[in-house]
Design a protein. Structure first.
Length: 290
């Protein structure tokens, strides 16, 4: 009788133990599945880092597309002369340092604002900046503003006298800066454009440099001519289109003729009013090899 009672108790204990074990297994399974679906919440530090990243990314994208971002300080609006104001003045007016330096570089390269609309020439200035500053610009009438090249970081440079010239192909920015109105920035542009051309063949080509016009031609000459020519029968698309005198349409036209005929033996073959005009042909002659 006692043995039977013990057997029954053992059976009950085993059953209870089985239920407990099963329950624990089920609970763990559901807890694990539920917790797997719950994403961890970001900490305050992670959220702040993400916020700073998105703000910096948006500001970078705005600058890339030519939009100016709001100034980081409260702007003070007052009357100013864009031909004489320094970078600190522009910053106080609400412009960013990058915008202020673009104006200073423009003036150092010989640029000047003869009318208020000229302020739009600065590529970093947005329409909003222009409209906000327009009422406060002062340009005294009848007064000429001649801006000398950069002097904060360079020694004074004596300029050429009337009748003196500099060789366009010298490739020396120090010599090019002897020209009145030409500073470091403009001298660098002259050298870079000459390399893109393959060399200057006449002084008038200096007027093709961004920021210069025909009034500067009198200060230049072309003495040493060593032109790097492009063989339009062997050069690839990238090499041809990189030259300032060839656009994409003209380059594709040359490649098409090569594909159809095998070789271009004369520039007359290129004469096509819709692709190459007579003026275009005359410009490229010194730079083309067949």
């Amino acid at each position: 009788m006692l043995r039977l009672r013990i057997s029954r108790l053992e059976g009950v204990a085993i059953a209870v133990l089985a239920v407990v074990i099963t329950g624990v297994f089920v609970v763990k399974r559901f807890v694990r599945n539920d917790s797997a679906d719950v994403l961890p919440q970001p900490t305050d530090k992670q959220f702040e880092e993400y916020r700073k990243f998105t703000v910096a990314r948006r500001e970078r994208d705005d600058n890339h597309h030519g939009f100016s971002t709001p100034a980081v300080h409260a702007a003070r609006l007052f009357r100013f002369n864009p031909n004489t104001a320094d970078s600190a003045t522009f910053v106080m007016l609400g412009l960013r340092p990058r915008q202020a330096m673009a104006i200073i570089h423009y003036r150092n390269a010989g640029g000047r604002f003869r009318k208020k609309e000229d302020f739009k020439r600065i590529y970093t200035i947005s329409e909003g900046d222009y409209d906000r500053l327009f009422p406060y610009m002062e340009l005294p009438q009848g007064k000429s503003f001649h801006v000398q090249p950069v002097r904060n970081f360079e020694h004074h440079v004596e300029k050429l006298a009337n009748g003196e010239t500099v060789d366009l192909n010298c490739g020396d920015t120090a010599q090019l800066k002897l020209v009145p109105g030409v500073g470091s920035v403009m001298a660098g542009r002259i050298v870079r454009y000459g390399k893109l051309l393959g060399g200057y063949v006449k002084a008038e080509q200096v007027a093709e440099v961004y920021g210069l016009d025909m009034s500067f031609v009198k200060w230049f000459s072309v003495k040493a001519v060593s032109i790097q020519k492009i063989n339009i029968n062997t050069a690839g698309y990238a090499q041809i289109v990189r030259h300032p005198y060839f656009n994409k349409v003209q380059t594709k036209y040359i490649l098409k003729l090569r594909q159809e005929w095998g070789r271009i033996n004369s520039l007359k073959v290129l004469e096509n009013d819709t692709v190459f005009t007579p003026t275009d042909i005359n410009r490229i002659k010194p730079y083309v090899d067949l």
